[in-house]
Write a protein that binds this ligand. Structure first.
Ligand code: NAD
Ligand code: ZN
Length: 379
């Protein structure tokens, strides 16, 4: 029996208010409309961005909402106008899209699609401004156009990467956000040259993926910076060669790094979301050639403050979403890198829980324990 064109009743983890445990509810998921696909999610994982919008302290709150954006699944049905996906395709939903038509999508340099770039405030579908999720007729908001903490979700076709069906979804789901973001921030944006030094701020999954990018680029030194000393042991597996905990020093961490490296690192990648770390990551790069890349999602009211002389002295500051990858064009190739053993994913996956225990994944992240926790939807 086909479910295409019909409302599907399934389980979803709903965030009713900020900071309260998610509750598993029966939700109704409407069929996909024009340019949309409905996906059966098999595995999802938790990224810190979900936690920021659940906690909603430094962000605009929008509730009730179905969070989740790092996931893998199978297309259940497609809406009108969708030609390049069909039921049964294995896919990764992506929080930022690629319409393939706008100036950004046509540019080789940008992944900031005019139509589908990341939008954290929107809680509905762009086609009609409505939600596809409801409980007893009451709409539940979407998150990042993906809302993967649900057995079924509806996503714009431009936010769906079709991948090799033999790729294990319980592993490659982490390429749907964190690992591609960190890895791409280094290899596509910071672009360290062979033998250069790289500092990575924040040694969660995104930061360690950035370190992995530095390792494959042939970096001579990879300096990991984190406030949580438990991160350092894990980071050794990712080729991080030295560690700095800002709490261990009575001067700014950028000065500590400048002393360690004879004036600064060649590249730095910030993966914390802390404005202080963003400023330090910029100021710790060498003058003349240093490049710093910001990846962490800041609070709504944060402002970046540095002396303009730091820029005049020929340092470069950049930022990136999703490691500059275009989701539909590039992510299938990143999945192939995993299939060809050019990129390791298993070491990022430290926990796994059934969907009914999704709140445990939040607890692990809040305690700074482990890297990625896979949430198994069928369990
Ligand atoms: P995580 O919580 O697993 O890791 C963050 C790490 O940063 C933690 O180990 C924490 O101890 C450390 N940290 C926090 N403040 C610090 C400071 N001031 N100095 C040094 N270390 C500090 O999170 P994650 O899932 O790896 O995500 C990292 C960041 O990347 C988050 O801000 C997330 O929202 C962001 N993110 C951005 C994109 C993008 O496309 N730009 C995509 C995914 C995630
Ligand atoms: Zn576009």
């Amino acid at each position: 029996m086909t479910t295409a064109g019909q409302v599907i009743r399934c389980k979803a983890a709903v965030a009713w208010e900020s900071g309260k445990p998610l509750s598993i509810e029966d939700v109704e998921v409407a069929p996909p409309q024009k340019d949309e696909v409905r996906i059966k999610i098999l595995f999802t994982s938790l990224c810190h961005t979900d936690v920021y919008f659940w906690d909603a302290k430094g962000q605009d709150p929008l509730f009730p909402r179905i969070l989740g954006h790092e996931a893998g699944g199978i297309v259940e049905s497609v809406g009108e106008g969708v030609t390049d996906l069909q039921p049964g395709d294995h896919v990764l939903p992506i929080f930022t899209g690629e319409c393939k038509e706008c100036r950004h999508c046509l540019s080789e340099e940008s992944n900031m699609c005019d139509l589908l770039r990341i939008n954290t405030d929107r809680g509905t579908m762009i086609h009609d401004g409505k939600s596809r999720f409801s409980i007893n007729g009451k709409p539940i908001y979407h998150f990042l156009g993906t809302s993967t903490f649900s057995e079924y979700t509806v996503v714009h076709v431009g936010q769906v990467a079709k991948i090799n069906p033999s790729a294990p979804l319980d592993k490659v789901c982490v390429l749907s956000c964190g690992i591609s973001t960190g890895f791409g921030a280094t290899v596509n944006v910071a672009k360290p040259k062979n033998g250069q030094s790289v500092a990575v701020f924040g040694l969660g999954a995104v930061g360690l993926a950035a370190a992995e990018g530095a390792r494959v680029s042939g970096a001579s030194r990879i300096i990991g910076v984190d406030l949580n000393p438990n991160r350092f042991e894990e980071a050794k597996k990712f080729g991080v060669t030295e560690f700095v905990n800002p709490k261990d020093h009575n001067k700014p961490v950028q000065e500590v790094i400048a002393e360690m490296t004879g004036g600064g690192v060649d590249r730095s990648v910030e993966c914390t979301g802390s404005i202080q770390a963003m400023i330090s990551a910029f100021e710790c790069v060498h003058d003349g050639w240093g490049v710093a890349v910001l990846v962490g999602v800041p609070n709504k009211d944060d402002a970046f403050k540095t002396h303009p002389m730091n820029l005049l002295n020929e340092r470069t500051l950049k930022g990136t979403f999703f490691g500059n990858y275009k989701p539909r064009s590039h992510i299938p190739g990143v999945v192939e890198k995993y299939m060809n053993n050019e990129l390791e994913l298993d070491k990022f996956i430290t926990h796994s829980v059934p969907f009914s225990e999704i709140n445990k994944a939040f607890e692990y992240m809040l305690r700074g324990e482990g890297l990625r926790c896979i949430i198994r939807m069928d369990a």
